[in-house]
Write a protein that binds this ligand. Structure first.
Ligand SMILES: [Zn+2]
Length: 226
């Protein structure tokens, strides 16, 4: 995600929310894959404008040392600039982290010092990094990956306290079983909720309710939870 895509997201949210307020919300940020093209002097003011007008969070931003699509130094610089912007605008962060645990720990601490909350999205990292984020007051979000046959980290699904648990589609990627491999859509999040419920010994209805409440709280959203 770059600034142009952040603008497109804001337009999409405005279009769908015109008749149905709260149907779609947008965020604004620079993905680590796009950090090489990040230019603070032009991009930060445009992101600031989107956050002032409608975007509910900064992100997704973060670090991806798995694909290394952008140089790591540029990834850290873009992430640091977005932490500062989140602090300035009093918005939460949506953080992508892959194979970058040590630096992600440091960035979460930096955000914590600046009074910024966030969520580790589509989380598949270590229990230690999850605990570090939780200690900073952050939330953890799980995607369809937890329904895959190769997933074996149910302890991670139980580690997150109920008031910090979130779910997501990560559409169009990572469609949950039984739709794995198809183009994902938010309508399939209940499959991820069902897996979380099973692992935690709760009902899907309960997990759906708490994750909706947690999402509303972190992003300051107004919508009717089903
Ligand atoms: Zn991501």
């Amino acid at each position: 995600m770059c600034v142009g895509e952040s603008v497109a997201a804001a337009e999409l949210a405005a279009r769908y929310s015109a008749d149905n307020p709260g149907f779609v919300f947008a965020t604004a940020g620079i993905h680590p894959h796009d950090a090489a093209g990040f230019d603070a002097s032009s991009d930060v003011p445009r992101l600031r404008e989107l956050l002032r007008e409608s975007a509910v969070a900064v992100g997704e931003c973060g670090l991806d040392y798995h694909y290394d699509n952008s140089p790591r130094g540029r990834q850290r610089a873009a992430f640091a600039a977005q932490i500062a912007l989140a602090a300035e605008m009093h918005k939460p962060l949506i953080v992508h982290t892959r194979d970058a645990e040590e630096d992600t720990r440091g960035m979460i601490s930096e955000a914590h010092t600046a009074g910024v909350l966030g969520v580790l999205h589509c989380y598949t990292g270590s229990p230690a990094l999850a605990r570090h984020a939780l200690d900073a007051g952050w939330s953890i979000s799980f995607s369809g990956i937890i329904t895959f046959k190769k997933w074996s980290e149910d302890d991670l699904l139980r580690l997150v306290p109920e008031d910090r648990l979130m779910v997501e589609s990560d559409s169009p990627y990572l469609a949950p079983v039984p739709n794995r491999g198809k183009r994902n859509e938010p309508a399939w999040v209940p499959h991820t909720i069902a897996k979380l419920a099973l692992a935690r010994g709760a009902t899907p209805r309960h997990i759906a309710a708490v994750t909706a409440t947690n999402t509303q709280r972190l992003f300051g959203l107004a919508f009717e939870a089903a």
